[in-house]
Design a protein. Structure first.
Length: 95
């Protein structure tokens, strides 16, 4: 699930470290309601890109500091699988 944190700035728009794909992905993520279950599969369908391209863009944004990934321990309803939650920022956050 991807959660967003709105800080009131759009620094990512003019960040020269980001490609158009990165900027588009951040913008798309801001369109999702905070409580909506947003998956890599759904994002890939919306972007008309493969899941691996979306995953790689998310990894890039984690490395740069625009997305934070949080690993949650599995519970009985998750069939023993870990869940990952993502927080999206519109400015770079310290790692």
């Amino acid at each position: 699930m991807i959660n967003r944190v709105i800080t009131g700035k759009n620094d990512y728009i003019i960040d020269s470290k980001l490609t158009l794909r990165h900027k588009g992905l951040i913008s798309l993520l801001y369109q999702y309601p905070c409580d909506m279950d947003c998956t890599i599969k759904n994002l890939s369908l919306l972007c008309n890109d493969s899941e691996s391209i979306v995953t790689n863009a998310i990894k890039d944004l984690i490395e740069i500091g625009y997305i934070k990934r949080i690993k949650s321990n599995p519970d009985k309803s998750d069939n023993g699988r870990y869940q990952y939650h993502y927080v999206v920022y519109d400015t770079i956050k310290s790692k």
